[in-house]
Design a protein around this ligand. Sequence first.
Ligand SMILES: [Zn+2]
Length: 84
Amino acid sequence: MPRQSQKRIPRKTFKRKCHTCGKMATNPLVYHIVPPISVYGQIPIYQKGGKKTDRVDLKGKMKITVMNYCDRECRRRRKKEIWE
Ligand SMILES: [Zn+2]
């Protein structure tokens, strides 16, 4: 019996609601909006051996916003909505 390679590594797919059109998009474009650190703001001090914090887990002022879009086109549309 010939061996067929059946071991396929499935690509991890995920669905997110698009920020522009509200449709569920498979593997959408994900944008992380990181708030800029102001000159007067406190820059987190790196602690040797300290607990590492994921960017997504940052709270308060440092919290990042995650935006999902179907594709580049949808993102452009969103930008237009904001700027016009
Ligand atoms: Zn969309």
